[in-house]
Design a protein around this ligand. Structure first.
Ligand SMILES: [Zn+2]
Length: 156
């Protein structure tokens, strides 16, 4: 078994750059150059999964693999992505591909914001601007929780 492992360097930024705050893509309708922003388009999980699968199959080709056994995605709590919808989308897009029998594992990443004023890190669950529980100032600095990453691919 070959394992592309954690160091694939693959970031799943295909069709949903508008969701990705970590890539440098600027959506055509974005007012924030170089930083993606979240745009709710309904069932965007299908587009996400399609892009993820493209990236997976690309990796499989690169490694000369014929069958993908396991795919691991990291999904941040603020990514705007629903894990259940993602699983549903996965079942819809994999048939007929080398990943048809693959197991999909989704790792939830809790969201953490940081307050620069008092250097406090705190957990958040939703939103874009967060109130610091220690000093009350507002912060938009998210340290973790917007991930949308293809972490691991196992293939043979
Ligand atoms: Zn603070």
């Amino acid at each position: 078994m070959r394992d592309s492992s954690e160091n694939t360097g693959v970031r799943v930024c295909g069709d949903w750059e508008s969701l990705c705050v970590d890539c440098t893509f600027t959506p055509p309708d974005s007012t924030t150059p170089g930083r993606g922003r979240y745009v709710d388009t309904g069932m965007h999980e299908v587009g996400i999964m399609t892009s993820a699968l493209d990236a997976v199959l690309q990796q499989a080709r690169t490694h000369g693999a014929h069958r993908v056994q396991r795919i691991v995605l990291r999904i941040g709590a603020l990514s705007g992505v629903d894990a259940a919808a993602l699983r549903f989308a996965f079942e819809a897009v994999v048939p007929g591909t080398p990943a048809a029998e693959a197991e999909l594992e989704i790792l939830d990443v809790p969201a953490l914001a940081h307050c620069a004023a008092c250097d406090t890190e705190f957990g958040v669950t939703s939103g874009f601007i967060f109130s610091c529980p220690r000093c009350g100032r507002l912060s938009g600095e998210v340290r973790q929780g917007r991930e949308l990453e293809l972490t691991r691919i196992e293939m043979t």
